[in-house]
Design a protein around this ligand. Structure first.
Ligand code: HPA
Length: 267
């Protein structure tokens, strides 16, 4: 059984002892952002128990080093629920992140927009989410710690800082509610109409399990979506994974600038 403390030791042996402040999980088509980290990249394959990520457009390496002078751990890939049917797949990586010293996590993803005023190429800060899957990564946990409050799960202070960073850069960063739909098939137009009625602004296949796991571990979390398409039925464009990967770089450039400004301002 892989153990987070042992993995953290292994990582420190390769990347140095300085404690990590913040973790970054990179979504579809965004994995290359991890290369901005000045440090070492450790393949997930060298970290026993780390997920075997099979989705193209991801970079299965843990990059540890500095970004804008802040010590970060950037996960170039996540395992999605739809790969193995395990909503807890990212538990061990997040336990390792905590063992390395991090207290904060920023999650990123590619998502479909359900708002006409948030077109492809936009970035959206998650104000909250709807766990439409009904799945929960904490099912099976044995202690009362499993009853995690989810009010303010998307940390108000981190959100304010990210918004302030975007304002300073003149980048639009609307807030919205993200709906987790398990995938891997995309949604139907009828499902999107329903999600809109429920109060959703964006839809995607990730992030929500990691928000829950991170809150369980006591990490503060914020999440940003890069909008790659209008959700099903909202435009004539064909929705596909190829399209997601092709469109992600549009939002990725904005995302990288916001992240760098956020990190610069915390020093
Ligand atoms: N639906 C679900 N996941 C997604 C989408 C979408 O429209 N776009 C990118 N990831």
């Amino acid at each position: 059984m892989a153990d987070a403390a042992a993995l953290a030791d292994l990582i420190r042996n390769r990347a140095g002892d300085a404690p990590v402040e913040l973790g970054l999980i990179l979504g579809s088509g965004l994995g290359h952002l991890a290369h901005a980290v000045d440090g070492v990249a450790i393949p997930y394959a060298d970290l026993p128990g780390f997920p075997h990520v099979g989705v193209s457009g991801h970079n299965p390496h843990l990059h540890i080093g500095t970004l804008e002078g802040v010590r970060v751990a950037a996960f170039g890939a996540r395992e999605h629920y739809y790969e193995s049917g395990n909503p807890r797949a990212m538990l061990l990586p997040l336990q390792v992140l905590k063992a390395l010293g991090a207290s904060q996590l920023i999650l990123t993803n590619a998502a479909g927009s359900m708002r006409e005023d948030v077109p492809p190429g936009s970035v959206m800060l998650l104000s909250d989410h709807i766990n439409y899957s009904g799945l929960n990564p904490l099912i099976g946990e044995k202690t009362d710690a499993r009853f995690v409050p989810m009010t303010d799960a998307h940390d108000p202070d981190m959100r304010l800082q990210l918004e302030a960073a975007a304002v300073r850069l003149g980048i639009d960063l609307p807030e919205g509610v993200y709906c987790w739909y398990s995938g891997p098939s995309f949604e139907t137009p009828a499902e999107i109409r329903m999600l809109k009625l429920m109060g959703g602004d964006a839809v995607g296949m990730s992030t929500v399990p990691e928000v829950i796991l991170a809150r369980f571990l006591g990490l503060k979390v914020a999440a940003i979506s890069t909008i790659t398409n209008m959700a099903a039925g909202m435009s004539d464009e064909k929705i596909s994974h190829e399209h997601t990967k092709a469109m992600a770089p549009l939002g990725a450039a904005k995302l990288e600038r916001i992240l760098r400004e956020f990190l610069r301002s915390r020093k």
